[in-house]
Design a protein around this ligand. Structure first.
Ligand SMILES: Nc1ncnc2c1ncn2[C@@H]1O[C@H](COP(=O)(O)OP(=O)(O)OP(=O)(O)O)[C@@H](O)[C@H]1O
Ligand code: SF4
Ligand SMILES: [Mg+2]
Length: 399
């Protein structure tokens, strides 16, 4: 952001936004503050950044876009075994207990929920492209249960994955060139094409092609995640599945990787399934969000609708824990603390799975409580593109 005037003298501390309590030693402080109201173009000019155009596909209404991924009552269970030599089955972990959602072209669905709620299991079921135990998975309009091996390989090209830990997911013995080239070799790309595309992919993710002969261990965490993204984009996928892609990175580096993902989405028209713990990240990057609890989706819909007016008590509790960058509101608002431990997915509560920790349930009269205990709440429409699974779903004044 440096300009000629910066070379002349040490900048004094200037009031920020006319506030006597906030000063900054930068002569462009006022201009920076003004970007908040002047929009993206003005901000891009000051920060020397590029304005990323909204992709064409974003202008097409959701219902008219192609479906890239559809899950219909997907179920995944794991056997719980006992004994070392003679194993016997003593129970079942209901890791994913019948979930449904779809992702349309050029769209990001954020999948959130506590540790162990079944997010990674869901992703693995999708990536496996095998017939699920129960329910259905369709990728780009094809039901995966009916795939022959040729078609399965074709679909693998259209879908790629980025993992949480960029160190563990890159083979340390391969150079970056080989890491990025590998998927193209597997899919029979010619040598010339690979040699042309690898440097192109490096530039696309903001890295220098001169670094291609280096090994993963010679890069920082954020750079390694960029390499992972370059590899994921090698086959020009339509859907990218990301399992906590930024949670292992520093906050400042997180922002860089998230901006990169957004830029790629609009340049390449990608759809993302984005798993994250951090709800602020999800609000920033997702178009729609699905909240999972113990293997079920409890709330799903357009991201602003869900974040601004959550209807399910679990979502309300999760959102009440996000810090608000306004000290007055932050001090006034009420934080909802969930009591009790997360029940085991091997033995989920009857009726509504959330009832053992639900503050709304605890405040209900006994006959209504009985409904929560006996009947599993169905997912019901709350607003346009917004559904929640709670018998007593309602907007709560959190602030
Ligand atoms: N191979 C397995 N065998 C038995 N149980 C498993 C297996 N993999 C996962 N689970 C169980 O399934 C449940 C869901 O696990 P999963 O890894 O999908 O959670 P997650 O939502 O991704 O959690 P995190 O946020 O910690 O990554 C957990 O209770 C877990 O213990
Ligand atoms: S159905 Fe009952 S227990 Fe479940 S979230 Fe709603 S109020 Fe709480
Ligand atoms: Mg996980």
């Amino acid at each position: 952001m440096v300009v000629d005037a910066c070379h002349t003298a040490e900048p004094p501390l200037i009031d920020v936004d006319g506030s006597p309590e906030h000063h900054a030693a930068c002569i462009r402080t006022g201009e920076i503050a003004a970007t908040a109201s002047e929009g993206a173009e003005a901000a891009a000019e000051i920060f020397g950044a590029e304005v990323v155009e909204e992709p064409e596909i974003a202008k097409v209404p959701r219902e008219q876009r192609k479906t890239v991924l559809e899950l219909d009552h997907l179920v995944k269970e794991y056997a719980v075994n006992k004994g070392v030599v003679f194993k016997r089955r003593v129970g079942t972990v209901h890791a994913v207990a019948g979930i449904s959602f779809d992702i349309r072209e050029g769209e990001t669905l954020g999948l959130v929920g506590e540790s162990g709620c079944g997010k990674t299991t869901t992703l693995m079921e999708i990536l496996g492209l095998e017939r699920p135990m129960s329910g259905e998975i369709s990728v780009l309009g094809t039901n995966v249960s009916s795939l022959d091996s040729k078609r399965r390989k074709e679909i693998r090209r259209d879908m790629s994955v980025v993992f949480q830990d960029p160190m563990a997911s890159l083979d340390p013995r391969l150079t970056i060139n080989d890491v990025i080239a590998e998927p193209m070799q597997v899919h029979g790309y010619g040598k010339d094409e690979i040699n042309r595309r690898v440097p192109e992919l490096m530039r696309l993710v903001g890295l220098r092609p001169e670094q291609l002969s280096r090994y993963p261990g010679e890069f920082s965490g954020g750079q390694r995640q960029r390499i992972g993204i370059a590899r994921a984009l090698a086959l020009e996928p339509k859907l990218v599945v990301l399992d906590e892609p930024v949670s292992a990175l520093d906050v400042s580096i997180q922002a860089g990787v998230i901006n990169l993902l957004e830029e790629l989405k609009s340049k390449l028209g990608l759809a993302y399934l984005f798993v994250a713990h951090d709800l602020s990240v999800v609000r920033h990057i997702a178009d729609r969000v699905a909240v999972m609890y113990l293997g079920k989706i409890v709330e799903i819909g357009e991201v602003d609708s869900v974040f601004d007016a959550p209807r399910h008590p679990y979502t309300q509790a999760l959102l009440s824990a996000i810090p608000i960058p306004d000290p007055v509101k932050e001090r006034q608002r009420e934080r909802i603390l969930l009591t009790g431990d997360l029940p085991s997915p091997a033995n989920p509560p009857s009726g509504c799975r959330f009832r053992t920790r639900c503050f709304l349930h605890a405040s209900l009269p006994p006959e209504k409580q009985r409904t929560c205990i006996e009947l599993e709440p169905p997912r019901e429409a709350q607003a346009a593109d917004h559904e929640a699974a709670c018998h007593f779903a309602q907007i709560r004044q959190v602030l």
